[in-house]
Design a binder for this molecule. Structure first.
Ligand code: FPP
Ligand code: MG
Length: 334
């Protein structure tokens, strides 16, 4: 039976936002402050994408992990913004690379201002994030984020080099996911634990927690590309195959069915051009052959692994919320 996604009205994400409301206000103020520039296009595009209905999942994760360990300082606020800026920069670049015209249910920034403006404002946000880390003045943090952004860029290049790589296996697919998506969730949790002054073993367990949560999150993203309607996803769906992204639902389904594999091969030979009825056929085959159930099962395994990494001590309410967030990432409806 097809696994169902979580459609509860009050998601753990909403509850995390409510719990961290004061700090999230500071995060928003810090975002606003750091988007100031007399080059008007920078705050215009920056605000457009930052306020476009993103869930602020990564900064929240950073705040929650710091709160888990009872952190009372303020340093985690700009650091949470650093993670959000790098994420936002990567989305600005990604929509150009993927020729995507929609994000979060609205025209993407490149759809409104064009590719050049999107790439350049992405560069601005990326470099602003590094200015903020220099201001923070912690070489450990700077090294952490330098390594993370380098891995992120590497992950995207790896994905590009595997465009229409039909022999892609699960391990290769997970490698791309870890590098292109999970790494920023890892960074968010790691930064929160480090800012809260936790010992190295705890920081690294929290980093791994973020990584596992992030893998579950991206696996679900890959599921939604086959499962969700465009309105639910807030972006075009069925795009992964068109862009040559061979994701886990498809890998699993192709392994079960030669006819599907042959069809995907033909689509690859046409450089991803495929008709609406062919798209629907592929989607139905992926679902019927268990690609969605398999991938969601994998996402749940990552969520379970993430939960096992949570420490036994720390704030009980926050720990429970982090555990729910790990589950939610692997079963989210959007
Ligand atoms: C979304 O994936 C994209 C990412 C998770 C990462 C994009 C990263 C880059 C373009 C590298 C940028 C690097 C720096 C240093 C700024 P997706 O295309 O599968 O998901 P989508 O459907 O949401 O677009
Ligand atoms: Mg994309």
């Amino acid at each position: 039976m097809l696994a169902t996604v979580n459609t509860q009205s009050s998601s753990p994400l909403d509850r995390a936002v409510a719990l961290c409301a004061d700090e999230m206000q500071q995060v928003n103020a810090c975002i606003h402050e750091n988007l100031q520039s007399d080059i008007m296009m920078i705050p215009a595009i920056g605000h457009y994408i930052v306020n476009s209905g993103g869930k602020r999942f990564r900064p929240l994760l950073c705040l929650l992990v710091a709160r888990l360990f009872g952190y009372q300082g303020e340093r985690h606020i700009p650091l949470a913004v650093v993670v959000e800026f790098i994420h936002t920069a990567s989305l600005l670049h990604d929509d150009v690379v993927d020729s995507s015209s929609q994000r979060r249910g609205a025209p993407s920034a490149n759809g409104v201002w064009g590719n050049q403006a999107s790439v350049l404002v992405g560069d601005y946000l990326f470099s602003r994030a590094f200015q903020m880390m220099v201001r923070d003045g912690d070489m450990v943090m700077l090294k952490l984020m330098a390594d993370v952004t380098n891995a992120l860029a590497e992950g995207e290049v790896l994905q590009l080099s595997r465009t229409f790589h039909l022999e892609m296996n699960e391990a290769e697919c997970l490698e791309v996911i870890e590098r292109k998506t999970a790494i920023l969730f890892k960074a968010a949790a790691e930064v929160g634990a480090h800012a809260a002054g936790q010992p190295a073993a705890v920081v690294s367990a929290m980093a791994e927690f973020g990584m596992c949560l992030g893998v579950g999150f991206q696996l679900m993203d890959d599921v939604l590309d086959y499962l969700a309607s465009e309105a639910e996803a807030g972006k075009p769906v069925g795009h992964d195959l068109e862009e040559g992204k061979i994701t886990l639902p498809l890998i699993y389904a192709m392994q079960q069915d030669e006819e599907l594999a042959a069809c995907v091969q033909a689509i690859a030979e046409r450089d991803g051009v495929y008709e609406a009825d062919e798209r629907e056929w592929v989607r139905e085959r992926v679902v019927a052959l268990g690609g969605i159930d398999f991938t969601m099962g994998k996402a749940e395994e990552y969520a379970a692994r993430a939960k096992r990494l949570l420490p036994a001590d720390g704030d009980d309410e926050v720990r429970a919320l982090l555990a729910e967030l790990a589950d939610f990432s692997a079963r989210r409806p959007f």
